[in-house]
Design a protein around this ligand. Structure first.
Ligand SMILES: Cc1cc2nc3c(=O)[nH]c(=O)nc-3n(C[C@H](O)[C@H](O)[C@H](O)COP(=O)(O)O)c2cc1C
Length: 386
């Protein structure tokens, strides 16, 4: 069994059978559903795991318990990938007190019809503490990160923050991969809309002395915590993580693609620190969304399509705006064979987005890239380099 600290044990599981996480996100390296047990005078278990891993999880728990019985099941988050085994757990350990907040128990009743915890229920409020003996736990509410009932738990003895889905990532724990890429895709895919709420809980976390973060997905974070906290601060404040330009395009016959690639070439020639480019119809949309938020500058290039815009571009822009996309510079490239209007449609879709700077240059192509478009692309590249 994996020790997080002397008394805190990892009892989670890896999922390599999942096709789509939360019904939409590909997970090429699987997914981890983390769970932890604090072994003290009283024993606390943090969250259950996905419904497909009941036996493995209960076996992990049994091994750590070594014949003892858990005193508390702390439910930090009611999403089924963490809560699905509450009933199975209670069948095996009926004397355990379930710890949650007012919203947690409301959600529990909705997920598990007829569940009656009787006196085996401890409803906590923000800042409440729970004494396990050596370990003192404090509950830190994190509403909308990313469900309303979410709470973190801080163990002041080992200086561990149990952070629910925050600081989580895609990817099982038996696969080595870079943290930031899959954490960023997870963050912007799932939590991105709630930057303000993440900022609020980061402020609470700043007051705590944290040496270890135990999220419900992804690795336990022990070193260089400033790096992870810094990224979460940038992401949740819609800041610029990497200087550079992300060019997102769609193209039916290849002409808009040509313009997008020409812009990428010009930017690279002019010394742009990073140019990322993606065909929205062919690349993972969630990967494109994270790049949309990552860079300070975005160029959208699409075809006029039935007096509207190409469906993948529409999908992409909606993914950005519904996640409160803001504080960025955007340039536009449109194409149309008889009445190009993609630029107007795209711009209109950001009407409610805060603090968007539009480039003066918009590239407007009629069917194929011509000399005047090359000049526009050059001008757009110059503007983006300013
Ligand atoms: C289904 C469909 C609908 C289209 N609707 C329009 C339109 O409403 N207005 C227009 O000017 N061009 C329209 N076009 C033409 C394309 O916008 C134009 O040929 C395309 O932008 C060329 O760029 P591409 O080579 O990158 O695909 C349409 C094309 C298709 C395939």
């Amino acid at each position: 069994m994996n020790n997080v600290t002397n008394d805190i044990f990892y009892i989670g599981v890896n999922d390599h059978d999942l096709d789509l996480f939360e019904g939409q996100y590909i997970v090429p390296n699987g997914m981890a559903y983390n769970s932890y047990a604090i072994m003290d005078e009283k024993i606390a278990v943090f969250d259950t795991v996905d419904a497909n891993f009941t036996d493995q999880w209960l076996a992990n728990l049994r091994e750590v318990l070594d014949g003892r019985k858990p005193d508390y099941l702390i439910v930090q988050h009611m999403e089924p990938d963490h809560s699905a085994n509450i009933l199975n757990f209670l069948k095996e350990y009926p004397d355990t007190v379930v710890v949650g907040n007012n919203k947690t128990f409301g959600f529990m009743a909705n997920f598990f019809e007829g569940l009656d915890l009787g006196d085996k229920k401890l409803e906590v409020k923000e800042g409440d503490t729970l004494d396990l003996g050596k370990h003192k736990l404090t509950f830190v509410f994190a509403p909308m990160v990313h469900w309303p009932e979410v709470m973190f738990t801080y163990d002041s003895t080992d200086k561990v923050l149990f952070s629910a889905d925050a600081f989580g990532k895609f990817g099982a724990l038996d696969v080595e991969e870079d943290w930031a890429c899959e954490a960023r895709r997870y963050y912007f895919g799932i939590v991105g809309k709630y930057g303000m709420q993440v900022q609020a809980v980061l402020k609470k976390a700043a007051a705590l002395d944290i040496q270890t973060i135990c999220p419900l997905h992804g690795p336990v974070l022990k070193e260089d915590l400033g790096y992870y906290l810094g990224l979460y601060n940038t992401w949740s404040s819609y800041g610029v993580e990497s200087e550079g330009v992300f060019i997102a395009y769609t193209s039916v016959y290849g002409n808009t693609k040509k313009a997008a690639e020409l812009l990428a070439e010009k930017l690279t020639e002019k010394g742009c620190p990073k140019v990322a480019i993606a065909d929205l119809a062919r690349e993972d949309m969630a990967e494109c969304v994270e790049d949309g938020f990552r860079y300070g500058k975005l160029v959208l290039a699409t075809t006029t399509y039935n007096a509207d815009i190409f469906p993948f571009m529409k999908h992409f822009i909606l993914d950005l705006t519904e996640r409160n996309y803001q504080n960025k510079t955007i340039g536009l490239i449109e194409n149309g064979s008889w009445a190009p209007m993609a630029a107007k449609v795209m711009k209109g879709m950001f009407e409610k987005s805060k603090n968007i700077t539009w480039t003066d240059t918009t590239v407007s192509i009629k069917s194929a890239v011509k000399a005047e478009n090359i000049a526009q692309i050059e001008a757009l590249a110059d503007e983006l380099m300013k």
